[in-house]
Design a protein. Sequence first.
Length: 200
Amino acid sequence: MKQTLSHQPISLVVLISGDGSNLQAILDNIANGTLSAKVVAVISDNPEALGLVRAQKSGVPTQAVDRKAHQSSADFYAELLCQVESFAPDLVVLAGFMRILPTQFVARFAHKIMNIHPSLLPKYKGLNTHQRALDAGEKRHGATVHWVTEELDGGESIIQAEVEIQPDDTAETLRQRVLVQEHKIYSRAIQAFAKDFVQC
Ligand code: GRF
């Protein structure tokens, strides 16, 4: 039986750079009533991101803040911060956003920015996590939702999901199985935050 959620939905701004399959899972869970949230905007640093199309199909406002359209990195992040602030989100959700947010941004939304990372943190921070796990002969791999701090993939872990590594796994097969888990745990982490969120 579907569980109905009664408290006020929290507002999310989701930052993406690419496919947006995690964004899609969040939108689907909001639509099916298992996640008490509203995506008030999707912002991408990549104007071609498929995730922008997914958002538009769900009627969510989108913005592209393109690094190439800004003279400096500082200008780019100032614009990004401005855009995010303009939506006054309860929570900023990084869903495949492939940039490291600067100190000023993280400080502005302290303990209000979540990220999903495709490894069992603290193992395999950074890129190419699936291949690195295979190369290391790991038996298990997975994904972590964590709070964002100034340290790359270093903030406190909120929830993890594990998958078993199979002998015939490639980085791609492993990525696909981990992604299935990502789609489950991100909404759970957001819902846990929403449940405890006190609205003013
Ligand atoms: C996911 O594996 C996520 O963990 C990582 O980037 C990927 C984004 O996938 N940070 P998608 O854009 O949500 O499909």
